[in-house]
Design a protein around this ligand. Structure first.
Ligand SMILES: [Fe+2]
Ligand SMILES: [Fe+2]
Length: 376
């Protein structure tokens, strides 16, 4: 690190003090800078990543930023910068240790719902199966955008020093736009269209958007809601009637895993550094689990999934419902394991009927290694 020193650069003293029109000129940025100088981050094999430039003090995220301005973290900042009125001013409010990695991964793995899905391979399906695909796509088109609206609701209140977290949430918003797009396109692409929308899912969405704090919102959205959707996508191979839907689920799954990984690690960071926040998270999840159970058992969701898992109406009872129950078990098991990873064990507190679902608490504890990347 070299601090800029006027004595080293005598030529700067000869710069004009007035513009050609007579206005005074200020060269403070050239002569007086005290920020780090002479740093040369080395690009990694992938290129110059956000991790590569997190060097020197540029990599330090303050626990409590000194300002609430949009001044870039690490710059020399004047005292007169404008207060932006941020309310999320503690690192524990928004941070996750995997934020930079997840941002880079998100940028590297963007895809196009127009170009990257083999729409030309769609084939005519039996009426019951096409209806079920369309019903599931109607529901997903409806719920996906909550995961864009929610970060958007809170991002402008986040201190600018946490810019990597905000950048990651921008990628989540773009991802969700693409998810809403791809499911809307699938509903309309094969002669079916958008089917039934009813009150059940909406109450879940409202619970998420109305959460009192960002950390509560993150627990409800990333850990609970998106975690459940992630497990639906993970079972996409069984749910999808053709390779087109399989591809849609696979592409969405990659994105969803990042969102869930951010939320899990954010909650972990929050609880580790501010243990008082655990009760706030538990209270949100007490309510959220109940709303989610109502959502999962809503008639349109459970029947459409069972029919798809059965491959048609004929085997919905002997094959569809047993597989749907397996999916529910998987969803709650991985949700509870995520809670363990986040450091907010729900095993003693949850009202989810573990016995009824055949979930073994010891298995949940055993399946909970710490997740750094998008493998959540
Ligand atoms: Fe999504
Ligand atoms: Fe998501």
């Amino acid at each position: 690190m070299t601090v800029t020193d006027d004595a080293d650069r005598p030529a700067y003293d000869e710069l004009p003090s007035e513009s050609p029109l007579g206005a005074p000129l200020d060269w403070a940025w050239l002569r007086g800078a005290k920020s780090e100088w002479g740093i040369h981050p080395k690009p990694s094999p992938r290129g110059l990543t956000m991790l590569d430039i997190a060097v020197g003090t540029y990599g330090d995220i303050p626990e409590h930023p000194p300002r609430r301005s949009m001044a870039p973290r690490g710059a020399d900042v004047d005292d007169d910068v404008v207060d932006m009125g941020y309310i999320l001013n503690s690192k524990t409010d928004v941070w996750a240790e995997n934020t930079r990695e997840l941002y880079e991964e998100a940028v590297a793995r963007q895809w196009s719902a127009t170009r990257d899905i083999p729409w030309g391979e769609l084939q005519e399906l039996p009426d019951d199966v096409e209806h079920a695909v369309c019903q599931l796509c109607t529901l997903l088109t409806e719920v996906e955008m909550i995961a864009a609206d929610l970060p958007a609701k809170w991002m402008w209140r986040m201190n600018h020093d946490f810019i990597e977290a905000k950048m990651f949430l921008c990628t989540q918003i773009m991802d969700e736009a693409r998810h809403a797009e791809v499911f809307r396109k699938r509903a309309l692409a094969n002669g079916g269209g958008l089917l039934l929308s009813r009150g059940g899912p909406t109450s879940l969405l409202r619970t998420i958007i109305e959460a009192k704090t960002y950390t509560q919102a993150s627990a409800l959205l990333h850990l609970l809601g998106e975690g459940f959707v992630l497990d639906i996508f993970r079972m996409g191979e069984l749910i999808a009637p053709t390779d087109v839907e399989k591809r849609i689920f696979r592409m969405c799954m990659q994105d969803e895993a990042r969102h869930v990984a951010y939320g899990t690690m954010h909650l972990r960071y929050a609880v580790e550094n501010d243990p008082d926040v655990a009760e706030e998270i538990h209270a949100a999840l007490d309510h959220g689990e109940q709303v989610l159970i109502d959502f999962g058992t809503a008639p349109d969701v459970s029947t459409a999934l069972a029919l798809l898992l059965a491959g048609g109406a004929e085997h919905v009872e002997d094959k569809g419902f047993p597989l749907a129950l397996e999916l529910t078990k998987k969803q709650f098991t991985s949700y509870l394991a995520r809670c363990e990873r986040a450091g907010i064990s729900r095993l003693e507190r949850t009202t989810v009927p573990l016995d009824l679902l055949g979930i073994d608490p010891e298995q949940v504890r055993g399946a909970a290694p710490v997740a750094q990347g998008a493998q959540s």
